[in-house]
Design a protein around this ligand. Structure first.
Ligand SMILES: C[S@@+](CC[C@H](N)C(=O)[O-])C[C@H]1O[C@@H](n2cnc3c(N)ncnc32)[C@H](O)[C@@H]1O
Length: 200
């Protein structure tokens, strides 16, 4: 058998399985949570692109039983058997999405998180443009429905429009951090933008 190169990132897949986490991506939001301390007990958090539910599992622990997490995805999310979570199947780019979100939770969100990602085509420009459209929608939702002083986290495929998007986030948030979590696969072009303390 040929020698296979050592792939340290594989440990996240194994760790996720061993810990009962639904996706290795859970470690990404866990790292962001620990680095920036943006989550607190009792918060209401919106998780866009939430299936199969790895982020949700971490977010539910972060906000605790008095908090609430709303998860939305094109794909259904298997029940998490926790009292403080609501999930819905929806397309965030659908014109009716904002109304649907209001019906799920009419109040403001403390943190809006987006792990939205398009199905990749392998065509770089197309994939980047679709990723940007999803991150742009997440920012729009965060501006409409996030509270002043709240936070924003969004995944984005690194591409030529990245700087412009970072500039848009910077206009609304006091600080913007760029994060490539340890659990990100080696070849992936994805990064997360973290907007801290919404200005208005
Ligand atoms: C990387 S996965 C999310 C993984 C999730 N954060 C977790 O930890 O389990 C990206 C998700 O974005 C969803 N998605 C892509 N486009 C969407 C859209 N227009 N509306 C809603 N969800 C979308 C996909 O269905 C997919 O489940």
């Amino acid at each position: 058998m040929a020698n296979r190169p050592y792939q340290p990132k594989d440990r996240f897949f194994k760790q996720a399985k061993a810990s009962g986490l639904r996706a290795r991506s859970a470690f990404k939001i866990d790292e962001i949570a620990r680095r920036f301390r943006i989550f607190e007990k009792g918060q209401t958090v919106l998780d866009l692109g939430a299936a199969p539910g790895g982020f949700l599992q971490i977010l539910l622990d972060e906000v605790g039983p008095k908090g609430l997490v709303i998860g939305v995805d094109l794909a259904p999310i298997r029940p998490l058997n926790r009292p403080n979570v609501k999930t819905a199947v929806a397309d965030v780019l659908d014109p009716g999405f904002d109304a649907l979100l209001t019906s799920l939770h009419p109040g403001a969100f403390d943190v809006v998180v987006s792990d939205l990602a398009p199905k990749t085509t392998g065509i770089k420009d197309t994939d980047e443009a679709r990723s940007l459209a999803l991150a742009g929608k997440a920012l729009e939702v965060s501006l409409l429905r996030g509270r002043a002083g709240g936070h924003f986290v969004a995944k984005l495929f690194m591409g030529r429009d990245f700087e412009a998007f970072r500039g848009e986030v910077r206009q609304a948030y006091a600080e913007v951090k760029v994060v490539r979590p340890e659990a990100t696969r080696g070849a992936s072009m994805e990064i997360y933008l973290v907007g801290l303390s919404r200005k208005r």
